[in-house]
Design a protein around this ligand. Structure first.
Ligand code: GLA
Length: 724
């Protein structure tokens, strides 16, 4: 619901449990009165009026003690005279930089799409557009704030409109900016590196700047476009959280800035570093959308809200709630070294064991037998495939497996025919030798002809072949940020134009082929963000397939992204990334936390190992819906450096998983208490046939076995029944 109190000039956006209230001050400035748990449509202007005044700050509009710098502002502009970090900073037509934004009008409507950018949509969403204007500088800035009533989510994107007749330059335009009147929070971000993505990073706020950003041309392995403030006592099931997640896949900034009086400004948006945008007369610039989620009951409530929201409002409808196939990928099985016989044998073995989709990874095209060549030449290597791709797919389909294919459309190898023909299509700086990463360049997706070429190439591939899944990889970042197709003063637009180009290609392809399951990948989780989720229902979470490394990675990713969006595979032991040996049970249980598949050489397995895998798959099929689409909760453990536990539940099924990282001598494990089950219901254990109440499971918990080796995994399956 969106409510406007005319008398007090207050806007209340209210969902089932959350509320965002804004107010127009007598000066015309737009303030954020409140964000948090629903409090109702009461006059909240006192929140601003009662702020005690501090010294050494400018008075606004020459009104004594009207100090903008102390007021929680909804979209602070540079100068005038809030000296904190602005949300928007412009170079105006005359070269000056002070923007003076005041309320003009507002409108309530249905939620709108954002031209050229992905956004969240739901039939129940309502949108409030508040227009701010700078009369002198002929400029309009609009806040488009939406409420998703059943999801307890607010989203916001910004429009900047040049009403004058001379171009202006945008130097900074954050998508979201929220001011909090305290700094007594922890800051939570997700970060790491290639192979170690999405680790939760929690620390105390301090005065000044803190946060994460990407300058890599992609959201990146080392950071996620997510930031949250946590009450310091927050744990899995308790405490207040305020968070922002950006629907964007490129350079971003997520920032918390604590001022001199212990107030915190939280912002997220396109990274102003190496960004600027020339906005011609009468043109409009649209920022990406920020998703804002608050929670009162800790991290699990936050996750539940994000998961439901992304499943129902962002991920492509055709797949959002559709059971995902158990796939077999040949990458870690063969790398580049395969032929038709091996591929068919792997597919046949996979089918026998119960797998459903065979994915042919890198090396099927051009002359690609290692990573030095052929990206861009997306013609199948008929010699290696022992015939056409069509024939190979037909045989795999006859075996009873669907077929999926790896492709890396944004990259090109120097020795490809594509590069020989269009050397000017890569991102590079004129007169400088372009950098290579893994022997490849990045195509300049800011150029329309490059986008059109990709759309045509992918359309041909998907039209001519019976492909039901695509793994869309991208594994190098943009180092030589320059484009010959952009004017001198527009060079800083490249990184954003690249992402707009990528979205255009993805949008076109997913519209033309809505039934092809797209899995995006960027050397693992180098672009695991809501922007990509808008097109690809699942994302390869990390190139690190070790079950133990994955515990921390998946715990972080699952904090915001639904488990069905995280692709997780069982791979060989010793693990190819870290050399660790874990049991098939542990690998299976960890991979089943997300979207399940296998990625190792089935042809090298013993009959016993094959039988174990077959059984693992048979069991998984009985719980797959719950594992992929059930409510997901991280469980509290006694020693969170050595134990991980999570629960998935749907309808009457409850699946609990627990892993000890190391086994310690003379261990007496503490009990594992569940959360989120029904206190008054009874649960029948599949293991011992005993019945136990939800109240007991939550208050007394399960007895953990003594770990007899490292990486010891345990699973419990329960069926909920109404009576004992
Ligand atoms: C990337 C992906 C891997 C695999 C290789 C193939 O690194 O993340 O899963 O597809 O490329 O080159």
């Amino acid at each position: 619901m969106i409510h406007f109190q005319k008398k007090t000039q207050q806007f209340d956006l209210i969902s089932e449990n959350s509320q965002l209230s804004l107010g127009v001050l007598p000066s015309g400035h737009l303030a954020t009165y409140y964000y948090g748990e629903k409090v109702g449509t009461v006059d909240l202007s006192y929140v601003v009026k009662e702020i005690k005044r501090a010294s050494y700050m400018a008075d606004t509009d020459c009104i004594k003690d009207f100090k903008l710098e102390q007021i929680p502002l909804a979209y602070p502009a540079y100068g005038n005279p809030d000296m904190r970090t602005p949300a928007v900073q412009l170079i105006l037509a005359d070269g000056t930089r002070i923007t003076n934004l005041r309320y003009l009008d507002h409108r309530i409507s249905e939620k709108q799409l954002i031209p050229g950018l992905p956004s969240c949509q739901h039939e129940t969403a309502e949108m409030l557009t508040i227009r701010l204007v700078d009369q002198e500088n002929k400029l309009r800035v609009s806040l488009l704030i939406s409420v998703f009533p059943q999801h307890d989510v607010f989203t916001q994107n910004i429009q900047i409109e040049n009403l004058g007749s001379t171009p202006i330059t945008i130097d900074r335009c954050m998508s979201g900016s929220l001011d909090f009147l305290s700094d007594k929070y922890d800051l939570l971000t997700l970060g790491g590196a290639w192979g170690r993505e999405a680790h939760q990073n929690r620390r105390r706020l301090v005065q000044g700047f803190q946060g994460v950003d990407s300058k890599r041309g992609a959201s990146g392995h080392g950071q996620n476009p997510f930031i949250a403030l946590l009450d310091q006592e927050v744990d899995e099931n308790h405490g207040t959280i305020y968070s922002m997640n950006l629907v964007y896949s490129g350079n971003f900034l997520a920032l918390a800035d604590v001022d001199m009086h212990q107030n915190t400004r939280l912002q997220i948006g396109i990274n102003p570093f190496e960004f600027s945008w020339k906005l011609d007369a009468k043109e409009i610039f649209h920022t990406p959308e920020v998703v804002m989620v608050e929670a009162q009951q800790g991290l699990n409530q936050l996750s539940a809200r994000y998961h439901k929201f992304y499943t129902e409002c962002l991920i492509p409808k055709n797949f959002a709630k559709k059971t995902r196939p158990i796939l077999m990928n040949n990458w870690e099985a063969t790398y580049f070294d395969f032929d038709k016989e091996t591929i068919l044998a792997l597919a046949a073995e996979g089918k026998k064991l119960g797998m459903e989709l065979f994915v042919l990874d890198d090396g099927w095209f051009g002359q690609r037998n290692d990573d030095t060549s052929s990206l861009g030449d997306w013609q199948p290597n008929v010699e290696k495939l022992g015939g056409t791709l069509e024939q190979l797919i037909a045989t795999i389909n006859q075996i009873g497996m669907a077929f999926g294919l790896w492709i890396k459309p944004e990259m090109v190898s120097p020795n490809s025919r594509l590069y020989q023909k269009h050397p000017d299509w890569i991102i590079r700086v004129t007169n400088q030798e372009p950098q290579q990463v893994r022997h490849q360049y990045v195509l300049d997706l800011s150029r329309k002809e490059v986008q059109d070429y990709l759309i045509a190439t992918l359309t041909n591939l998907l039209t001519e072949n019976n492909i039901s899944y695509i793994k869309w990889d991208m594994n190098r970042n943009i180092t030589d940020s320059g484009s010959s197709s952009l004017e001198r003063e527009q060079q800083k637009e490249l990184a954003h134009r690249y992402i707009l180009g990528l979205y255009r290609v993805l949008d076109e392809i997913t519209k033309r082929f809505p039934d092809v399951l797209l899995e995006s990948c960027a050397g693992g989780g180098g672009r695991f963000d809501p922007g990509m989720l808008a097109y690809s229902p699942q994302i390869w979470t990390s190139d690190d397939t070790d079950a133990i490394e994955r515990l921390e990675i998946q715990k972080g990713a699952a904090l915001i992204y639904p488990q069905a969006s995280m692709s997780c595979h069982v791979s060989a032991v010793p693990n190819h990334q870290v050399g660790r040996i874990t049991t098939l049970k542990t690998r299976g249980m960890v991979a089943q936390q997300g979207n399940f598949g296998y990625e190792f050489n089935l042809l090298e397995l013993s009959e016993k190992e094959k039988a174990d895998i077959q059984q693992q798959i048979t069991e998984y099929k009985t719980i797959r819906e719950t594992m992929q689409f059930g409510e997901f909760r991280q469980l509290q453990v006694y020693d969170n450096r050595n134990e991980y536990a999570w629960l998935q539940q749907k309808n009457d099924q409850v699946i609990v998983s627990h892993v000890f990282v190391q086994a310690h001598g003379n261990t007496v494990p503490k009990r594992l208490k569940l959360s989120g089950v029904q206190p008054d219901r009874y649960y029948l254990s599949a293991d011992d046939g005993k019945m136990i109440s939800g109240r007991e499971l939550m208050n007394i918990g399960l007895s953990l076995p003594v770990p007899t080796h490292d990486y010891f995994a345990t699973r419990w399956c329960f069926t909920q029944v109404s009576d004992r």
